[in-house]
Design a protein around this ligand. Structure first.
Ligand code: SF4
Ligand code: FES
Length: 235
């Protein structure tokens, strides 16, 4: 265990843990957007900034991807930390003013936001869908692609590979803005504009999973497909 100090309080921290994990263990609320505890840290949104003091020097750091070090001091609500989180929220809001999820977080962090209703669902490039697809589902149907080279747009974009996607919907579930649309209607599901055939449970008749997803689970686990075509509730 490592000895650290958070907001003046002495804390024992697990080696390899992040600043955010230790801050959250003390029930101190820090905003996050691109972070999920089951996924590798990404450090994209900078909303989780705090100040850390290592080797006698205070500096700003994104708490979700900063590992604790022995003797580290952490200040979660110093003026610099609060200002940094607000600036990150301002930048996001400046880019995506019509996206409700962004507007809400910006407002919470003290950014002046328009009273008009925000109705868009932009992709804010948080990477949650890409990481979920590869790290949790193990499929990698989504990737970031840099479209900047030689062009005047230098932001990456999310590329969808319809040949790999199994239609599980994890990306839609994890997306914080609602950009990933998934519609399930009877025997079909549409996600990223690809249509999937849904399988009906032979017991209750409910269309409960895309056929491609069941085939994928069967292939990766070795469980015969026939044993997966009954829904979990009826097994
Ligand atoms: S589609 Fe959603 S989850 Fe994926 S990067 Fe964009 S905002 Fe994040
Ligand atoms: S939550 Fe830490 S950088 Fe986004």
């Amino acid at each position: 265990m490592l000895n650290i100090v958070i907001d003046g309080k002495k804390v024992k921290a697990q080696e390899g843990s992040t600043v955010l994990e230790n801050v959250q263990a003390l029930k101190i609320a820090i905003p996050t957007l691109c972070h999920h505890k089951e996924l590798t840290p990404f450090g994209a949104c900078r909303l989780c900034s705090v100040e850390v003091k290592t080797n006698g020097k205070w500096q700003l750091a994104t708490s979700c991807n900063t590992p604790v070090e022995s003797g580290m001091e952490i200040a979660t609500s110093s003026e610099a930390a609060k200002e940094s989180r607000k600036s990150a929220a301002e930048l996001l809001y400046y880019r995506y003013p019509e996206t409700q999820a962004v507007k809400e977080i910006a407002q919470k962090l003290g950014v002046d936001v328009s009273p008009e209703t925000a109705e868009d669902h932009d992709c804010i490039l948080c990477g949650l869908c890409v990481r979920t697809c590869s790290e949790v589902v193990g499929v990698s149907a989504l990737t970031f692609q840099d479209r900047g080279r030689g062009r005047d747009i230098d932001e990456p974009e999310i590329i969808f590979d319809p040949n790999v996607c199994i239609g599980c919907g994890s990306c839609a579930y994890v997306c914080p803005t609602g950009y990933v649309k998934m519609e399930t209607d009877g025997d079909r599901r549409i996600i990223w504009d690809k249509v999937f055939k849904m399988v009906p449970c032979p017991v209750c008749g409910r269309f409960f999973a895309p056929e491609d997803q069941l085939k994928y689970i069967s292939k990766t686990t070795g469980v015969p497909l026939g044993e997966l075509t009954t829904c979990v509730d009826c097994r």
